[in-house]
Ligand binder design. Structure first.
Ligand code: ADP
Ligand code: MG
Length: 235
């Protein structure tokens, strides 16, 4: 079932064309990696999908039973400052804000969801620790748990692995894969092309414009795929 469709999406920052004429669609259960060099518009495209950047032209259409509120988001640079004075529990729970209307308090159900995701990400033993005391890998797990609280359907992850050591990276990949296998659609910006090829069923390659969108197996055989893979990682 189609969950999201982007048609000819264009986003400008004043004089810069950041995203131009990008079209692709997302099916339930997809694991899509967005690849491309630095500055090619990947983060901007995610923000456009979330409605955080206005689109200049084109259309972003959600499928039936999907809305912006069903999307969990892990931004490229943490919106949560390093010195954010909150516990893991509070940071994760704040992901439930996405679904809140006018009610200022968290319901029992929301607290349960936060609890579940804390367990899923193996954070239970440290849940009352302060966010600022955590290592980079622990922080990313907290932010992933937080994003999971915001969705049952789609997760947008903007370079969730950047800056993590190899062991933690492997763990994060495993967790993301598991989340996908449990039925959540993943749209992830990744600078690690080898990982993208191994895990994603589809690849969107952009360089302001769309260079490729399709199955991973077809990307590997395409000219743009071969060139990009041959060049290694872009970062
Ligand atoms: P990527 O995530 O692929 O590295 P971005 O989406 O961050 O690329 O950026 C795409 C282009 O838009 C770049 O040229 C970048 O300099 C520009 N850009 C990104 N964010 C802003 C902003 N807030 N204001 C102005 N220009 C921006
Ligand atoms: Mg980016």
């Amino acid at each position: 079932m189609k969950q999201l469709e982007c048609r000819n999406v264009c986003v400008n920052y004043e004089n810069t064309e950041a995203v131009k004429d990008v079209s692709f669609s997302v099916e339930e259960g997809d694991y899509i990696c967005i690849v491309g060099e630095n500055g090619s518009g990947k983060s901007t495209l995610l923000k456009a999908i979330l409605g955080l950047e206005p689109i200049k032209f084109g259309k972003i259409k959600f499928g039936e039973n999907v809305s912006k509120k069903d999307i969990g988001y892990l931004p490229q640079q943490s919106i949560i400052q390093k010195d954010f004075p909150a516990s893991i529990w509070e940071v994760v729970l704040s992901g439930c804000l996405n679904n809140k209307g006018i009610h200022p308090f968290y319901s029992k159900k929301e607290k349960q969801k936060a609890e579940e995701n804390i367990n899923k990400l193996g954070l239970n033993d440290i849940k009352y620790k302060s966010y600022q005391e955590l290592s980079g890998g622990q922080r990313q797990r907290v932010l992933l748990a937080r994003a999971l609280c915001a969705t049952k359907k789609i997760l947008l992850l903007d370079e969730p692995i950047a800056g993590l050591d190899p062991k933690v990276t492997k763990e994060m990949y495993k967790i993301i894969k598991k989340i996908n296998q449990e039925g959540i659609t993943i749209i992830m910006v990744s600078h690690d092309i080898r990982f993208a090829l191994k895990n994603a069923n589809k690849i969107l390659h952009i360089r302001t414009k769309k260079e490729f969108f399709g199955l991973t197996e077809d990307y590997v055989k395409s000219d743009i795929g071969k060139t990009f893979i041959g060049g290694g990682e872009d970062a």
